[in-house]
Ligand binder design. Structure first.
Ligand code: FE
Length: 176
């Protein structure tokens, strides 16, 4: 093989790897990293803080990522009782079925049961209170808190920020 041929092969090789690298970078930007530590466990969605800031509205970012709370009786879903599923506003993970929503009068959407593997819990001792924080099991976004003053059959009240959720109706809205 001549020196010229060797140089040609080297150049082709360098160009090839440059293209692969560029494509890989684009793929990473478009797709959030989804990790599963153990087989069978729900997959986690991991995004950087700057990605969350770009994707979420400022209210969503404040509540989901900074553990904020919307003002009582102001949320879109507080008095909302259509049939469907409430999903995480951060990642789209199914959280609560409308069948389990009830009028608690507390000022935030309330549910007596979460969907299977929808949520995780954390101890929250902020503001001088002992509470249990509820987060999305997929993206760890802050949803609200859980209390033991709910109705039967569970006796539990999941008190959730409207901003943390999107609603997917069972029936598609009629179009003209
Ligand atoms: Fe989520």
């Amino acid at each position: 093989m001549s020196k010229r041929q060797i140089r040609l092969f080297l150049i082709i090789g360098i160009v090839y790897y440059a293209i692969i690298d560029v494509n890989f970078g684009q793929t990473q930007n478009e797709q959030p990293e989804v990790l599963s530590l153990n087989p069978g466990e729900p997959k986690k969605m991991k995004r950087t803080d700057s990605e969350w800031k770009r994707i979420l509205s400022s209210a969503e970012y404040h509540i989901l990522r900074e553990k904020g709370t919307e003002r009582a009786f102001t949320g879109e879903y507080d008095g909302h009782f259509e049939e469907g599923v409430y999903v995480c506003a951060g990642c789209g993970h199914d959280l609560f079925n409308s069948d389990t929503k009830y009028r608690s009068g507390c000022g935030w959407p309330a549910f007596y049961e979460a969907m299977p593997e929808a949520i995780d819990k954390n101890e929250d001792n902020s503001f001088g209170m002992k509470r249990i924080e509820i987060i999305c099991s997929k993206c760890d976004g802050h949803l609200g808190h859980v209390f033991n003053d709910g109705p039967q059959p569970t006796g539990i009240r999941y008190c959730i920020n409207s901003v943390s959720m999107d609603f997917k109706p069972t029936k598609e809205p009629e179009t003209k």
